[in-house]
Design a binder for this molecule. Structure first.
Ligand SMILES: [Zn+2]
Length: 173
């Protein structure tokens, strides 16, 4: 069953200005593997997402084939990075992939929650990673080595893992 909405308060983070506008920063040292926060917002359908995009845009988090979280603060402010220090597990829980120091910005790789069903989503990236992909697309466009790393870390949304397994694009072994 899908919850009506997802709410939580995390004292581990704060919102501040950054080179991308606003971002999410660590309010304390966060240890590798630690839960940072859970993404919060109203649960909406693909139709609602498309209607929203026509009006004002928005950046909902996809958690299942046609289910999204219409992100609210603070989760709406988390930015993408091609070499992220955090990732999403259990559809909407953000965990640290490495030790994150106090006041460091927190990022995840947006491709880990982007499914090929739409296949039209792209985003220009200007992150500081040495291997920045420049144009961010759905998961299946990732280089195999990165895809496998993310799959091993368990930070690819389950619906995408299911989809890719069913069409043989990703092997989980
Ligand atoms: Zn990048």
């Amino acid at each position: 069953m899908t919850p009506e909405s997802l709410n939580n308060n995390s004292c581990k983070i704060f919102i501040d200005k950054c080179s991308f506008g606003r971002g999410v920063f660590a309010a304390q040292n966060i240890t590798k593997g630690e839960v940072i926060f859970t993404f919060t917002g109203k649960i909406i359908t693909l139709d609602e997402v498309l209607a929203k995009e026509e009006q004002s845009g928005g950046n909902p988090l996809q958690i299942d084939t046609t289910t999204y979280i219409d992100l609210e603060e603070p989760s709406v402010f988390i930015n993408h990075h091609c070499n992220p220090n955090a990732g999403i597990v259990n559809t909407h829980t953000l965990v640290a992939l490495i030790d994150i120091g106090k006041n460091e910005e927190i990022f995840f790789d947006y491709s880990t929650s982007m499914s090929e069903n739409e296949d039209s989503w792209t985003m220009e990236c200007r992150c500081s990673a040495a291997d920045c992909r420049k144009t961010i697309k759905d998961l299946h466009y990732l280089p195999t080595s990165i895809k496998e790393k993310y799959l091993q870390l368990g930070i690819v949304q389950e619906f995408i893992v299911r989809e890719h397994n069913s069409v043989g694009k990703i092997s989980l072994t």
